[in-house]
Design a protein around this ligand. Structure first.
Ligand code: PEP
Ligand code: MN
Length: 338
């Protein structure tokens, strides 16, 4: 439920009386103070709240029930786009960023050389998996703690903030200097993990599950936000369909739908969606045209030798081409919006 107060300077005593009364009904209040209006989001079992009573208060302009089960992530709760600050790099609300790097960290030389190339091409963040969720237990599982150390070296070398996947909350201490924690598609509904990540302040990149609806994605976001961490970036990375020509099917419609339903930034991973490197550039352009706030792209210095996801990885040269086209398409789209 959303209570919109009259004007931008409501009587603080009356507001306090209202919140104390609501808290007595076990309802938590979440204030969104805008330039022209103050809105109070009510979280909890609002069926016990008498709407007419709240509406009759002289500080209240109107009361709206939110039908959707996600509250804090809901655009109705927070009409402006949320901008996430990642070590000074802004993402969302018109700030477009490209995250690039290998699927997995493989060696010091590999991660440092890729980091330098993607930075030179215009990437503003470095990705690299240290803990890898592999379908087979016999496949390379990532360099784990050592992989994080090497990512940190690449961060010191280039100044690029780093993004890496966390699968087990017991590894959190290793992620102290990781700038964005990725929750992969396979863990989108690992609710215990999400609850723990709700208790920290670090930005979380939450990927859509392989077979999850957008509403399920938003409910997973809600687990993180309900705990108090509002720094969440959503990622569309392709879903399972009957189509076998691609690894997954990129759900382009997810971008405008999510923008309509939530204030959080939405980025796209065309690499895992396509599974084929030649499709990464066209899918990236489509994602930008549909309004994505950013891209996350797999880049490898020698894709044919990559220990994970080589077929979908771009060479540094192909990434350079993609990044410059991305900025051209972005400029073009900005022209349409004016
Ligand atoms: C990844 O980013 O390397 C990854 C495993 O992605 P996803 O969870 O989307 O499959
Ligand atoms: Mn990968």
């Amino acid at each position: 439920m959303i209570v919109t107060l009259k004007g931008n300077n409501p009587d603080p005593k009356k507001v306090e009386l209202l919140t104390t009364w609501l808290e007595g009904l076990a309802i938590r209040t979440h204030f969104i103070v805008g330039q022209h209006q103050t809105v109070i989001g009510l979280i909890g079992d609002t069926s016990v709240v008498d709407i007419d009573l709240i509406n009759s208060l002289d500080i209240v302009q109107n009361v709206q029930r939110i039908q959707e089960p996600y509250k804090k992530a809901n655009r109705k709760f927070h009409t402006d786009d949320t901008v996430i600050d990642i070590n000074g790099i802004k993402l969302g609300g018109g700030n477009f960023q490209i995250i690039a790097g290998p699927c997995s960290v493989e060696s010091r030389e590999q991660i440092c050389s890729i980091a330098q190339s993607v930075k030179a091409a215009g990437s503003t963040m470095l990705r690299g998996g240290a803990f890898k969720p592999r379908t087979s237990p016999y496949s390379f599982q990532g360099m784990q703690a050592e992989g994080i150390e090497l990512l940190l070296e690449a961060k010191r070398l280039t100044g690029l903030p780093i993004v890496s996947e966390l699968m087990n909350i017991s590894h959190l201490p290793l992620f102290e200097e990781v700038d964005v924690i990725q929750v992969g598609a396979r863990n989108m509904q690992n609710f215990e993990l999400l609850k723990e990540l709700g208790m920290i302040k670090k930005p979380i990149l939450l990927k859509r599950g392989l077979a999850n609806t957008l509403e399920e994605l938003l409910m997973s976001v809600e687990y993180i936000m309900a705990g108090g961490n509002e720094n969440v970036i959503l990622c569309e990375r392709g879903i399972r369909t009957f189509e076998t020509a691609t690894r997954n099917t990129l759900d382009i419609s997810a971008i405008p739908i999510l923008h309509n339903k939530t204030h959080l930034p939405v980025i796209v991973d065309p690499s895992h969606a396509a599974g084929i490197s030649s499709l990464v550039r066209p899918l990236s352009m489509a994602a930008i045209a549909a309004g994505a706030d950013g891209l996350i792209i797999e880049v490898h210095n020698d894709p044919s030798q990559a220990l994970c996801d080589g077929p979908q990885s771009l060479t540094p040269e192909a990434f350079d081409h993609l990044a410059s086209d991305a900025h051209n398409v972005l400029q073009l789209m900005r022209g349409f919006k004016q």
